[in-house]
Design a protein around this ligand. Structure first.
Ligand code: ZN
Length: 296
């Protein structure tokens, strides 16, 4: 089954539910990042969360979420586009932490203290929107739900799940987002919260019925309308031109050192690990100054 996301609205219009399955996307990103088992679970949850946030965007918009904690993983960055493209990277992908009450210790690798920063690029030259909250449980899903509820003022519940196969690669990955919209009926909210509290393990449901079955289970007896389904996929979007622009932000002396001391520069994209090489002549051509030996 292709990785995809499903978006639906209760017939009364008060409850929005999105569910996604992202096994292949998460497996690909975790392999590119060479993530340890616990980091793979964290990254899988982050990527599923990114896919859900991405599906709330309008065409041309992008979202980035940065988890920074005091644990050994250091940071996790997830970026998503409105068209279903998602990418992610980890500060220290080999970080590991022993199990916590028999479960994957995601708070142990991310750290319990830290921040979640969300940046929304609204496109069309508009100013990006920034929001920041403290990490709540460092389990990823809770933190994202708290962000939506606290910072964007939309009461939200999020469940994210990932499992590994015997080789330590992602087997199942996905999740759900439930949001109460302004005209939500309180009985419907209570019903869906009760359903969430009784939900079997997410990975089990995704494996047997995919995102559609999970959606049906969440709504239960509440009538709903399926609004949209679209594919999810990994796309990095880096390019030599973008790396050149990044190099231009270095100051004169840093560029000079790359030329004189290093004899060039090699820049590796932290998301897809593509390496971009710049020789001396490439860097001299890039420099905004006339880069000649001895020029300060
Ligand atoms: Zn890249």
């Amino acid at each position: 089954m292709n990785d995809h996301i499903v978006r639906a609205l209760s017939s009364a219009g008060g409850i929005r539910v999105l569910t996604c399955g992202a096994n292949n996307l998460a497996r690909e990103v975790c392999t590119l990042q060479q993530a340890s088992p616990t980091v793979s679970i964290a990254l899988g949850r982050g990527l599923a969360g990114g896919a859900l946030f991405g599906a709330l965007l309008k065409t041309g918009q992008r979202i980035a979420m940065k988890f920074e904690g005091n644990g050994p993983m250091q940071k996790m960055i997830i970026e998503a586009d409105a068209d279903g493209a998602v990418r992610g990277c980890i500060g220290n992908p080999s970080a590991e932490a022993g199990p916590l009450d028999g479960r994957w210790n995601v708070p142990g690798v991310l750290g319990r203290a830290g921040f979640l920063t969300v940046t929304k690029d609204i496109g069309m030259g508009g100013e990006p929107y920034h929001g920041m909250v403290q990490l709540r449980s460092s389990e990823i899903g809770d933190d994202l739900a708290y962000y939506l509820t606290d910072s964007e003022q939309v009461p939200s519940a999020i469940g994210l799940g990932a499992t590994l196969d015997s080789d330590g690669h992602i087997a199942i990955c996905g999740g759900f987002l439930v949001q109460a919209l302004p005209k939500a009926d309180s009985h419907e909210i209570e019903a869906i919260l009760a359903t969430i509290a009784m939900l079997p393990p997410l990975a089990e449901m995704l494996q047997t019925g995919g995102p559609e079955a999970l959606l049906g289970q969440l709504f239960g007896d509440i009538p709903y309308t399926l609004l949209e389904t679209h594919d999810l996929f990994f796309r990095c979007g880096c390019s030599r031109e973008k790396v050149e622009r990044a190099l231009l932000s270095f100051d004169f002396q840093e560029l000079r050192d790359m030329i004189d001391k290093d004899g060039g520069a090699e820049v590796t994209c932290e998301f897809c690990r593509q390496a971009y090489s710049f020789g001396i002549t490439d860097l001299e051509r890039l420099s905004p100054f006339s880069v000649t030996p001895g020029t300060p």
